[in-house]
Each structure stands twice: as structure tokens, then as C-alpha cells.
Design a protein around this ligand. Structure first.
Ligand SMILES: [Zn+2]
Length: 444
């Protein structure tokens, strides 16, 4: 049964989920990228849903996505990627863990209640694998409406660090990409005619790139570490109990030796310290054989995985000030500057999820971060200013984006129970906190 149209872009539906009736508000955002022939390409709608409006209850908003990476049987799948197939307790299929499985687990968790202990909202999009096109605009437009009464935001779009031990994710590094362009003139030159008498752009660029990071991985840009948050004792302790197989991680990478020898050092440098990687040089001669050319213009490309609260303005300044580049033209730009995301593990969200996991899985979760960038978490946090947590249910070996992606039946079922237990825990915790703050206000 459909509701009357709310506007050109919005449509409202009732759908029945178990005992409950869930209102789905479909928002069709008109952000249509243009094809080369000038045609608009309409984006799939983002689905916003809500259930319950009890002012005594906290409002939890869940985010997930239902688009997937491409998959073909001939890529090396042992089953049809678009037919969910159970083999030895694992459910194989594209999107099983990323992210249709967790989306369904949340819906299943909602179904278990006759009366929900929380007000539930959700955001389900279909453009995540293509960079969540349109989502930021939606969040901005709905911030004062749909998100205005949301207390907590939960994202289930990542994996545990281990195959067996549950985890909660509280941070991710950002990604700032830099281009350094060095140019000596408007045409390439012959090394027999000009080699030895000019400042070659490639030589300058390589010297510059070489000065950015040393062989121990330490970034050599002065001031870059000045604003990196210091490691606290409480934070260091989180690393001790984390389940992480260093040897397996090394074997998966194919390298012989890491820069650090202990689990703690490896995770700290992967998650909460910055790293600088040099990716390539545009304009360099890279084909097989010999070519005695001096390129007139080369562009070095490097990136910094940034952490809170680094000041990246020092990068451009320091690179521009390199003295040996004086005679050549130098341009430094930052075409991408995705910021890091960090949540407070003492937030009620994390306390409630920890209790829920302990109840269902019988052990405390690992508190983990991600060395890559999670733009969605940062986007929700920045725009809505609400508490954000990532609550994965997939195991480290689920193979998201890979052939034979799966989620285990065990993780799917226990994950659903953990989500349901989370509703109860966050409701209890929120009411208690609310009561305390009310009492404090009354006492004033
Ligand atoms: Zn995903």
C-alpha cells in the first residue's frame, strides 16, 4: 500500500515486518551525474525508514548499503555469486557480508520485538561501492529533519580483525593525496645535448620524494607529528587483548619482514600513527628499453594516512620550501583530503554494544580501528554531530570484494542476537543516563 506522494522526490510506504508495521520513507535525490552524451544518470534512491517515536526511548539509526561489487562465476567463484548457497556452515554470495547480510540481520533483530525498546531509524543506500554519491547531500538536507531526534548512529559495514573474536570499531585513518609537479621548460630534452648542464626535474623530484620519509617509516616533514594525539595509558591497554595473528598478516602480504616486531607496535602504526607512501611519478619514462630523454615535467604522487589532529598545511609549506628546487617551477597540490574518524570508546553506544556482545558471544569484543579511510563514518559524525560506532558481525576471512565472499551462519545468527541485545542495552543505559541528568538538573 503506498502513501500519497510527499513531494517530487519523496514517497512513503508501509511495509509489514513481523508483528510491526514499518514506515519506509523513500527519498529520491535528484543528483544525476551527466553521461558524456549529456544524458542524466539517475541514482538509485536512498531508503530512510523509521519505527517508533516514544520520547522515553533513545533513537538509534542504522546505516547499511545494498549495492555490491561486480561478480561473475568465471572470476573464480565456486558457486553462482547471486544465489546464496550454504556450504559447511558458510553462506556464500556477493554481498553476503558486504553488506546485505548485516542489513538483513538488523531487520531480523527488529522483528524479534513486539514492542521495541528503542525508536529505530535506518538509512540504506545503493551507491556505497561507487563512493556514496549523493549521500552527503542527503545527510545535509535531512540533518534538521530525519536526523534531528537521532541519538546514536550505528554502521555495520566492516569486519572483525580476527576470524573468531567479535570487535567494535572506533576510528579510521584519513587519506590526504598530494601531487608535486616539477617543471624546467615546455619540452622534453635530449640527455646528450642537455645532460649535465641543467637542473633536471626528475632528479629534483626524486631528491624531494626521498626527503619525505626515511627507511624506518618515520615521516621527515618537520612539524608533522606535532599535533598527533599522544597515546594514553587507557588506549594502550586496549591493544593488549586484541586478537591479531601477526604471522598470518605477514604471510598474506607476501613480504618477509615488517617494520615492527610486535602486535602492539604493528597495530599502533597501522591505526593511530600517520604513514606516508610514495605511489608514482607521472611523466617518467616507464616502458621497457632505453630512451635518453630528460622529461620537462614530472609529477610525483604521494599520500599521507592522517590521524587526529594533524595539521596538513605544514606538508605543502615544507615541500614548497625545499631549497634544491629553486631554478625549476614547483607546484604542490592536495587533490584529496579525506579526514580521519575517531569515536569515544566510553560513549554509551560502545558500552551498550560491549555488553550485548558479551551476553551473546560470551567474551568482550576487541576495540579496533581501521588503517584505511571510512568516509561514511566521518560524514555522519561531521554532519549530524551524533555519536557514531561501527558494529561489524562479519569475520576477517569473509572475503568482502573478493571471490567466494561469505558470512558464516554462526556470525549471521549470533550477530542478529547481538543487535537485538544491543537495543535492550542502549535503551537501559540511555534511560539511566537520562534519569541521572534529570535528577542533577532538578537539584540545581
Ligand atoms: Zn560495504
Amino acid at each position: 500500500m503506498s502513501f500519497p506522494l510527499l513531494g517530487k522526490k519523496q514517497q512513503c510506504f508501509w511495509i509489514a515486518i513481523g508483528q510491526c508495521r514499518l514506515i519506509l520513507l523513500l527519498l529520491f535525490f535528484n543528483i544525476s551525474p551527466q553521461l558524456p552524451d549529456g544524458q542524466d544518470l539517475p541514482l538509485p534512491p536512498v531508503i530512510l525508514g523509521e519505527l517508533g517515536k516514544d520520547p522515553q526511548n533513545p533513537t538509534v539509526c542504522f546505516y547499511g548499503h545494498v549495492d555490491v561489487q561486480p561478480a561473475k562465476k568465471e572470476d573464480g567463484w565456486k558457486t553462482d555469486p547471486y544465489t546464496l548457497t550454504e556450504i559447511n556452515g558458510n553462506l556464500y554470495g556477493r554481498g553476503a557480508t558486504d553488506n546485505k547480510g548485516p542489513v538483513l540481520a538488523w531487520i531480523n533483530a527488529v522483528e524479534t520485538f513486539r514492542a521495541m525498546p528503542v525508536n529505530f531509524k535506518f538509512v540504506i543506500e545503493g551507491m556505497e561501492e561507487a563512493g556514496s554519491l549523493g549521500l552527503e547531500k542527503l545527510l545535509e538536507e535531512e540533518n534538521q529533519c530525519f536526523f534531528s531526534d537521532v541519538d546514536y548512529i550505528v554502521i555495520s559495514d566492516n569486519l572483525w580483525l580476527s576470524n573468531k573474536k567479535p570487535a567494535l570499531t572506533y576510528g579510521s585513518r584519513g587519506n590526504a593525496c598530494f601531487f608535486v609537479e616539477v617543471e624546467c621548460g615546455d619540452k622534453d630534452l635530449h640527455s646528450g645535448t642537455f645532460g649535465g648542464i641543467i637542473h633536471e626535474p626528475m632528479t629534483d623530484l626524486i631528491a624531494l620524494l626521498d626527503s619525505l620519509v626515511d627507511p624506518t617509516g618515520r615521516i621527515q616533514i618537520p612539524g608533522i607529528y606535532d599535533s598527533v594525539t599522544a597515546l594514553t595509558e587507557e588506549e594502550r591497554k586496549l591493544y593488549e587483548s586484541i586478537e591479531f595473528d601477526l604471522e598470518e598478516h605477514k604471510n598474506n602480504s607476501g613480504v618477509k619482514k615488517f617494520l615492527y616486531g610486535t602486535k602492539e607496535e604493528i597495530l599502533l602504526h597501522l591505526w593511530r600513527y600517520p604513514s606516508l607512501s610514495i605511489h608514482g611519478i607521472e611523466g617518467a619514462f616507464h616502458e621497457p628499453g632505453i630512451k635518453t630523454v630528460i622529461p620537462a615535467k614530472v609529477i610525483g604522487k604521494f599520500s599521507i594516512r592522517q590521524v587526529p589532529h594533524m595539521d596538513l598545511s605544514v606538508v605543502k609549506r615544507q615541500v614548497r620550501d625545499k631549497p634544491f628546487l629553486c631554478p625549476n617551477n614547483l607546484k604542490v597540490s592536495m587533490p584529496l583530503g579525506a579526514k580521519p574518524w575517531l569515536a569515544d570508546v566510553n560513549d554509551p553506544l560502545f558500552k551498550a554494544a560491549r555488553r550485548a556482545i558479551k551476553t551473546v558471544f560470551g567474551e568482550d569484543p576487541d576495540f579496533i580501528r581501521d588503517g584505511s579511510t571510512v568516509p561514511v563514518a566521518r560524514m555522519f559524525q561531521t554532519i549530524t554531530q551524533k555519536s557514531v560506532m561501527m558494529f561489524p558481525i562479519g569475520a576477517a576471512d569473509d572475503g568482502e570484494h573478493s571471490q567466494n565472499e561469505k558470512i558464516s551462519r554462526h556470525n549471521y545468527i549470533e550477530g542478529t542476537k547481538a543487535f537485538a541485545a544491543f537495543f535492550l542495552e542502549i535503551s537501559k543505559l540511555h534511560r539511566r543516563l537520562h534519569k541521572t541528568s534529570n535528577t542533577e538538573t532538578n537539584n540545581c
